[in-house]
Design a binder for this molecule. Structure first.
Ligand code: ADP
Ligand code: MG
Length: 765
């Protein structure tokens, strides 16, 4: 297992050694199942928590069927022959001081139990692990694996020290219980020198914050002598996570900031000015302010890199369009990237109608100075595609709208000056970069998101962008009233459909959102994640895709409720007396793009005023006449997602109504989410609540970024200070050494982190 002495060994090479070589295949196999393959993997597998050596586990908290590790004291151990069945049985009783737990071992012969009998001496304390069962009303562990405190040390002095140390509890499995992991970590860690463990944190940064080096930090968290020590190690490792991420973001930001971009200054009397003249409404103060900011940056010689976050309905599209027109006036083109075909088609329609004859370049009746809006989606017909490709490549289309089809190789631009990405959480950093690479010089970039992003998440995920915010909603909107409707209350449900009827009779339209397409489906339009309490939760996520195979059905808990589906609900509504004579349409991801367009157009025109849909309408769909939103199985959706859905109504002058039909028992996280939503209309406030309710991985996962998976100790929900500090330090370092050439260990850590992001990107395409 040792490296030949004469070889020139790269620093850090030992961290890449396969665990099988270091520990032997037998020990390594169960670790591989936990995703730990190299020495480095194992050392980065930090303890989840630490058990106080003196503190026993409260045995009242054990649930039958659960795999547990408990700390308890042995009370007695007795072996007896079993006359009826033959063989022998050892029964031990352990206690937390109040309650008892039985440990049971069976063997063919009494002698085989002697090892346990000799070790399970009354008075000794140990950790016991196994699946809790119930035998005649008594909780027990059968053949538990166990480790006695202080007994397995080499001598008495070591044993004494051992007994008083915090015990690391690792994320573990039955095949690799926590103490076996602990032993493996020691085997791997103890022989390593500082030189074997290159530190991604530059020494000056460490010194500034009095952080220990990496070798020490690993010893601190894996083999602490007291609580102060593991806290010290964690603090340093947490900072490292923030710093590595921020260093990469700072590097990207610096790279782009040094690049040249074509300046696209405002051209007086151009399309933008003409457009402003005919705008049917006045811009809000926020729209004007952000508009001025964008105008100034587009006129600059370095690429704009801006994130525009705006409350649902705050009017981001107009802001983006005005920026695009400035670029077109200056001779360039703008690309608008939308996450779904429905949204891309709608954007093209909206832009064309907002522009009127300004978008009829080359057509009879077009304005004198005019341009075209091209639309490129994955599924459009060959002829239409050819024409649009030509418009983009020739520059005849000043504005090119599309889905990720815009990323494909054969899409070319004459002079791409601005990339606008709508609803950012659906596009990875790499996709943005692909599109930007289509320009001769780095184009300006505007990323828009309707999901308000708390500052810390923005710093973590979009740290390479500057942020603008639109918090104001245009005047004259009456807002949306939200109610929770208990799904099992037939009278309330009936009333819901009556309300829909009333809205329709008044000239309004209603969306009815379901979690899946047909009755036999898995939920779609949402990734399944788990709530704090283990319940499934549909997270804010990608366009309708394949159901998540990773969902694990074999867990305890109540059987999942049957979710209502689009096809089933549409049929049911057509038969409802309350909706007699009202046309009911359907919209979901399995329809062709033409069918989808038609369904939306029929809905918008009022021919089909009730639309039963999946979450495909979640982002950005804009039908001003829509006044009612009914969400079925609302408890299965995330807070931000419901806020987005709700944002589809009340966009015109008529008040909106949002009815959340759910069965969420009081006190459950789902009930809390729904109640919060009913009380709060401010998206930023909701985002903050959401952040508190979600699990960490889901927060970053929802906001994309494979970087999330590299965060182990850092919590964007809690570590705002650490992130801000790391960001300041990282920017300073990058200012001195833009490519981090003096810090190879940091570069390597970044590359490892980015590898994950790239994989994630590949997974999705
Ligand atoms: P979002 O920010 O959610 O993308 P949109 O850009 O779709 O919002 O705008 C929502 C609606 O508000 C659109 O119908 C748009 O025409 C309208 N709108 C935008 N700005 C204003 C304004 N200043 N005054 C009135 N209506 C506006
Ligand atoms: Mg929008």
């Amino acid at each position: 297992m040792s490296v030949p002495d004469d070889a020139v060994v790269r620093p850090g090479a030992r961290l890449d050694e396969a665990l099988g070589r270091v520990l032997g295949e037998r020990s390594a196999a169960p670790l591989a199942k936990l995703g730990l393959h190299t020495t480095g993997d194992l050392l980065r597998h930090y303890p989840r928590r630490y058990s106080e050596p003196g503190t026993l586990t409260d045995l009242a908290s054990l649930t039958v069927g659960e795999h547990v590790t408990v700390m308890a004291r042995v009370v007695q151990a007795t072996v007896r022959e079993m006359r009826s069945r033959g063989g022998a049985m050892l029964q031990a009783v352990v206690t937390d001081g109040t309650r008892n737990l039985h440990l049971t071992f069976f063997a063919k012969r009494r002698g085989a139990l002697r090892v346990h009998e000799q070790r399970l001496v009354p008075g000794r304390t140990g950790m016991f692990t196994g699946v809790v069962s119930d035998y005649r009303g008594q909780r027990q562990l059968t053949h538990p694996d166990y480790q006695l405190i202080g007994v397995d040390a080499d001598d008495e002095a070591a044993a004494l020290v051992e007994v008083s140390r915090p015990i690391p509890i690792y994320p573990a499995s039955a095949a690799a219980p926590t103490w076996r992991i602990q032993r493996c970590v020691r085997t791997v860690l103890d022989p390593l020198t500082d030189a074997d463990v290159p530190d991604p944190l530059p020494e000056p940064v460490r010194a500034r914050h009095r952080l220990v080096d990496l070798r020490q930090a690993l010893a601190d968290v894996h083999e602490p002598y007291d609580d102060t020590q593991w806290r010290r190690g964690q603090e340093r490792l947490r900072f490292e996570e923030a710093f590595v991420l921020q260093a990469e973001l700072a590097r990207r930001r610096a790279r782009t900031a040094h690049q040249e971009a074509v300046a696209r200054p405002h051209v007086p009397g151009g399309l933008l000015d003409q457009f402003d003249e005919r705008l049917p409404f006045t811009l809000t103060a926020g729209q004007r302010e952000v508009g001025a900011q964008l105008a100034a940056e587009l006129a600059g010689a370095h690429p704009m890199q801006r994130l525009l976050q705006g409350e649902v309905g705050s009017g981001k599209t107009v802001v983006a369009l005005r920026a695009m027109l400035q670029v077109v006036d200056a001779g360039g083109q703008a690309a608008l990237l939308a996450p779904t075909e429905v949204l891309a088609a709608q954007h093209a329609r909206t832009l064309r109608s907002l522009l009127g004859d300004l978008a009829e370049g080359g057509f009879l009746g077009g304005a004198e100075h005019s341009t075209r809006v091209a639309l490129l989606t994955g599924s459009q017909g060959a002829a239409a595609r050819r024409e649009n490709l030509l418009d983009a490549a020739s520059g005849r289309a000043g504005i090119v709208v599309g889905t990720h089809a815009l990323l494909s190789e054969n899409v070319q631009f004459a002079d791409l000056g601005l990339v606008v990405v709508d609803e950012q959480h659906r596009f990875g950093v790499e996709q943005r970069d692909t599109l930007r690479a289509k320009a001769a010089q780095t184009p300006h970039l505007l990323v828009m998101t309707a999901t308000p992003i708390p500052r810390t998440v923005a710093m973590t995920v979009f740290g390479d962008l500057e942020t603008s915010t639109l918090s104001e909603i245009p005047a004259g909107r009456s807002g949306v009233t939200t109610h929770v409707v208990p799904a099992d209350n037939a009278a309330w449900v009936e009333r819901t459909w009556k309300r829909v009827r009333e809205e329709v009779d008044r000239g309004g339209r209603a969306y009815v959102v379901c979690a899946r397409i047909d009755p036999d489906d898995e939920p779609t339009g949402a990734r399944r994640v788990r709530d704090e309490d283990g319940a499934d939760l549909l997270a804010l996520d990608v366009d309708e895709g394949a159901p998540d195979e990773g969902a694990d059905p074999g867990r305890g808990g109540p059987p999942p409720r049957r979710l209502r589906s689009v096809l089933e609900v549409a049929d049911e509504l057509r038969a409802r007396p309350a909706l007699a004579g009202v046309a009911v349409g359907e919209l979901h991801g399995r329809m062709s793009p033409d069918e989808k367009d038609r369904a939306l157009a029929d809905f918008a025109s009022g021919r089909v005023p009730v639309l039963v849909s999946t979450t495909v309408i979640e982002v950005g769909v804009d039908v001003p006449e829509a006044t009612a939103m009914v969400v079925l199985d609302a408890d299965r959706f995330g807070l931000s997602q419901l806020h987005q859905l709700r944002g589809r109504v009340g966009r015109g002058s008529a008040a909106g109504l949002c009815l959340l039909v759910a069965s969420a028992p009081e006190g459950t996280p789902a009930a809390t989410r729904l109640a919060t939503l009913a009380e709060t209309s401010d998206g930023f406030e909701l985002a903050a609540v959401d952040l508190g309710l979600r699990r960490e991985g889901d927060v970053l996962g929802a906001a994309q970024s494979g970087a999330a998976s590299s965060l182990r100790l850092l919590r964007v929900t809690r570590d705002a200070d650490v992130i801000a500090q790391a960001r300041a330090d990282a920017r300073e370092l990058v200012a001195q050494d833009p490519e981090l050439e003096g810090w190879p260990a940091l570069r390597e850590a970044i590359d490892r982190q980015l590898a994950g992001e790239r994989e994630e990107f590949l997974d999705r395409t």
